[in-house]
Write a protein of this length. Structure first.
Length: 211
């Protein structure tokens, strides 16, 4: 019985097959040590973007472009994904991935810079989706900025929400785990502004819809 949940997880993760270009980006991420979104997470992000007709999205933390490619294929025709990463090599590899998949720079804007500093400069209510891969030490500021840039009905998604499963284990009290756990709890508690859910794909995907 103990093996069953793992078999289910593996089945879910492999159920939607990744394009070869995404597989290549994932392989480069593994070589670089970049913690890319899982296959199931990418497929879920793509599906959600299509379901709510995302026209404008922002991704905080590009990595080697795995999540970027999934999202770019999910947003509306003529829409734009702005992806920001503090590592120049990440931006370079993500641009390579976009080129391999024939995604134009007009559709995916790749920006080298501090994600949270740039997030603070984005337009109020100008985005349908915010995808977070890089986490700030100031979780309250993250919540406020995501809420500000999202339209009503827009979605904030936290990738790797469970931090290697540690968030679910209350005995884990290291600084990063406690901060991540606090972030999820703060969002969940703010019911006047957010409707939340935790999805069991990858390392946990936390969803918060702006009310």
């Amino acid at each position: 019985m103990s093996e069953q949940p793992e078999k289910i997880r593996e089945f879910i993760e492999s159920f939607i097959v990744e394009e070869l270009e995404i597989q290549s980006a994932r392989s480069r991420g593994s070589e670089l040590g970049s913690d890319e979104p899982s296959q199931g997470t990418g497929a879920f992000l793509q599906m959600l973007a299509r379901a709510i007709h995302v026209h404008s999205a922002v991704e905080l933390g590009t990595g080697t472009g795995v999540g970027t490619l999934w999202l770019a294929d999910g947003i509306d025709e003529g829409g734009t994904l702005t992806s920001i990463d503090a590592e120049a090599e990440h931006v370079h590899l993500a641009r390579q991935a976009c080129d391999e998949m024939d995604i134009s720079p007009q559709r995916v804007r790749l920006i080298h810079g501090a994600p949270y500093e740039i997030l603070r400069k984005l337009t109020d209510s100008g985005y349908d989706m915010v995808v977070v891969r890089e986490y700030s030490d100031e979780s309250g500021d993250l919540i406020e900025q995501a809420h500000r840039v999202l339209r009503s009905g827009g979605v904030c998604l936290l990738v790797h929400a469970l931090h290697g499963g540690k968030v679910a284990d209350l005995a884990q009290r290291d600084e990063v785990t406690v901060s991540r756990r606090e972030l999820l709890r703060n969002l969940r508690a703010d019911r006047e502004r957010w409707t939340c859910s935790l999805v069991g794909v990858g390392d946990g995907l936390f969803m918060a819809v702006k009310r």
